[in-house]
Design a protein around this ligand. Structure first.
Ligand SMILES: [Zn+2]
Length: 270
């Protein structure tokens, strides 16, 4: 799901919109109306709603951020109660939404990630967190690996987004729109993205539950890339931004999980 911004200013007769698997709509009640959401995504969806009301009171205020749980129908956002029944009522709203829990504060900072490739394999970390080439202000990791290398889940979760249709590559940021990727949602509300996979390189589909260490696809150099590698990020998603997070990886038997260091090579022992 991409962020969706909308302004709906209207009389009550046409207040419904839907995009992807998320829908906002209303129903009449004894006292006025109820604003509802259906979320058919595998993740929570966060939505910011600014209401424009005439002769109506909103039980949750006129401007609010709501987090609608995954796979939920008829989730009540707010109730709009008529103030004076003798006068006409009118309402509309501005809204924006995106997948993920906008309000997420607590997540598992100690999770021990697997290296995102086959057990026994060794790869260089060609660029680390906040790296000078293309990771400025981003907690991203680049593992240099030949096209077609097996990508394994660094953490279990549910597959929520896949792009594998592109084959174009170039070395400037404008090509980021051609990135192929797999996005996995973790049980603590964070996401991982495995980027630059080869065309048709996903071995999973949206809705699949994957286990840590499971084969999920094949690496490539598609999109904004200076050569074959896997770009890996863990992030939490707000309505407008991805906040990338540092994570720790298991790097060898009996060794504690660590943050990876640029220009080191790592072997997956687990
Ligand atoms: Zn990168």
């Amino acid at each position: 799901m991409k962020i969706f911004l909308s302004i709906v200013l209207c009389t009550v007769s046409v207040l419904t919109y839907a995009q992807d698997n998320f829908k906002l709509y209303y129903e009449e009640t004894n006292n006025g109306f109820k604003l509802l959401a259906d979320n058919d995504e595998y993740t929570p969806v966060s939505t910011q709603i600014n209401l424009k009301l005439e002769n109506l009171n909103s039980s949750n205020g006129n401007s609010n951020i709501y987090v609608v749980p995954a796979k939920t129908k008829k989730y009540t956002l707010t109730e709009l109660n008529v103030i004076d029944r003798r006068k006409r009522v009118k309402f509309g709203f501005e809204s924006a939404y995106n997948y993920g829990d906008h309000t997420l504060k607590k997540y598992n900072k100690d999770f021990e990630y697997y290296l995102p490739f086959e057990k026994g394999a060794t790869f260089w970390l060609s660029q680390g967190y906040n790296g000078a080439v293309s990771h400025k202000n981003e907690n991203a990791l680049d593992f240099k690996m030949p096209v077609g290398t097996k990508i394994h889940a660094a953490r279990g979760g549910i597959v929520v987004d896949i792009e594998e249709s592109y084959s174009k590559r170039c070395t400037n940021p404008e090509c980021a729109k051609y990135n192929n990727f797999i996005v996995i949602y973790h049980d603590d509300g964070t996401f991982a993205e495995y980027t630059h996979i080869k065309k048709d390189g996903a071995k999973v589909k949206v809705g699949d539950q994957v286990k840590i260490g499971q084969l999920i696809g094949y690496s490539g150099e598609v999109g904004w890339a200076t050569g074959p590698h896997l770009h890996f990020i863990v992030f939490r998603q707000t309505i407008t931004d991805r906040i990338t997070l540092k994570t720790k990886f298991l790097i060898g038997k009996g060794k504690e999980a660590i943050e990876l260091i640029e220009k080191e090579q790592y072997t997956r022992a687990y």
